[in-house]
Design a binder for this molecule. Structure first.
Ligand code: MF3
Ligand code: CO
Ligand code: CO
Length: 268
């Protein structure tokens, strides 16, 4: 195990990258309407990151072992797409739900976050899944403090999601983030309290639960990236990058347009 611990000065630098990642989502928010294509959103985001933010997309050309290079600045995961959707030329339509995940690099630091968007008027079921998944992410965030363990985070998410009849995707997890896009540790969104790595100040990782309306099983499409639910049920995801502080946590991926925490969050 080699989890990179960041100094307070390094975390302050990371906050810039994280804020920029969140501001990409702010910028896109008013554009996510029926008729727009995810390719159009991606072109706008790419230009914004490079020209306005003077930052670098972490995902364009990103190629973990065994994968083809990712072609876009955004992952756009619509309806039953769980994650890693590739922007395409299909117009979004009324009632679609879409996760937009963006990671930028600024001054060598990565900021990684995603939100759900409802296109036009969403169904009650779609809205409930998106809201519930947002709350599930925060159930995990709330557990973050020195002395807690990674299993506490996973358990908090799983024990919130499953009694509601939803399921947690197992194959993808949160991750350490910093000078590298994906670092140790893995942050599972299921698990047992009191297990796995103990959290210490200066750890920085994402919490990014993927929640399916139906069964948890997934499959990968031929493009080598897109992950969908096997039963074609809707899937939602939210992601923040989080630092462990001396007293609890700090959410780094915040900006003017970040949705407020749910009412149950007490803060630290
Ligand atoms: N941003 C995703 C994550 O949260 C990773 C996307 S990798 C890509 O970890 F290549 F698909 F963009
Ligand atoms: Co991530
Ligand atoms: Co991400």
């Amino acid at each position: 195990m080699s989890i990179v611990i960041k100094t307070p000065a390094e975390i302050a630098e990371m906050k810039t990258a994280c804020r920029l990642a969140s501001e990409v989502l702010d910028m896109l928010t008013p554009l996510i309407k029926p008729g727009v294509t995810t390719q159009e959103l991606d072109a706008i985001a790419t230009r914004y990151i490079q020209q306005e933010q003077q930052a670098i997309s972490a995902t364009i050309g990103y190629q973990p072992p065994g994968y083809p290079p990712f072609p876009a600045a955004l992952c756009t995961s619509v309806n039953h797409v769980v994650c890693h959707g590739i922007p395409n030329d299909r117009p979004l339509k009324n009632g679609d739900i879409v996760n937009i995940d963006v990671t930028v690099i600024k001054d060598g630091w990565h900021g990684d976050n995603s939100r759900m968007f409802i296109v036009g008027e969403g169904s009650i079921a779609a809205k409930r899944l998106c809201q519930f998944t947002y709350e599930a992410m925060w159930k995990g965030i709330e557990k973050v403090r020195p002395g807690a363990r990674l299993g506490d985070i996973g358990h908090a998410i799983q024990s919130y999601v499953e009694p509601a009849g939803f399921s947690v995707v197992r194959e993808f997890c949160g991750h350490g983030v910093g000078r590298k896009f994906h670092e140790e540790p893995q942050v599972l969104h299921y698990g047992r309290p009191g297990t796995l790595e103990e959290l210490v100040p200066g750890m920085v990782f994402t919490i990014e639960p993927m929640v399916n309306a139906g069964r948890r099983e997934i499959k990968e499409l031929q493009d080598g990236w897109t992950i969908v639910t096997k039963d074609r049920s809707l899937s939602a995801q939210w992601e923040h990058s989080i630092a462990v502080t001396e007293t609890g946590y700090e959410v780094l991926t915040l900006s003017a347009g970040s949705p407020p925490p749910p009412d149950f969050v007490r803060g630290v």
